[in-house]
Design a protein around this ligand. Sequence first.
Ligand SMILES: [Cu+2]
Length: 173
Amino acid sequence: MKIPATGLAALLMAFAGCSQPSGTDAPGDDTAGTMGDDATRAAQALPPGVAASDAWVREVPAGGRVAGGYLTIANGGDSDDRLLAVESDQAARVEIHEMRHEDGMMRMRHLDDGLPLPAGERTALAPGGYHLMFIEPVRPFAAGDEVPATLRFAHAPAQQVVFEVRGPGGEER
Ligand SMILES: [Cu+2]
């Protein structure tokens, strides 16, 4: 019996979403916690707090110096936050970058002040835009491997995230 990988990934993500700790109640939550658990509302609203999902990193052969890392960060809180740093013992360091067109050229820029995470929005780090750079991986990253990392925010508590290594063609999910 064969389970499509995409279906499995969606299932795992749904499970991870359910197990997010919901104990990070912001002080003075005057937005009356509506008990609206009807399906449409649940689909639109972000879960409370800052939550990372769908984290993956590119494959790196032995001797490879750098790997792009991607994920989606939802800020379901009432106030803006910021991704300040990413730490992993699987690389010498991890940087937060932005890729953008400048004078007809794609340029990569290090985000010195981190990545803004506006309240109520999902911020995607994806190829061609915001991304992480795992610099000097301590070992090859092979498709299917897992690369754990810690996200540090300006306000939200630090969060452990496991990046799944994806090979060429494995990016689109
Ligand atoms: Cu970069």
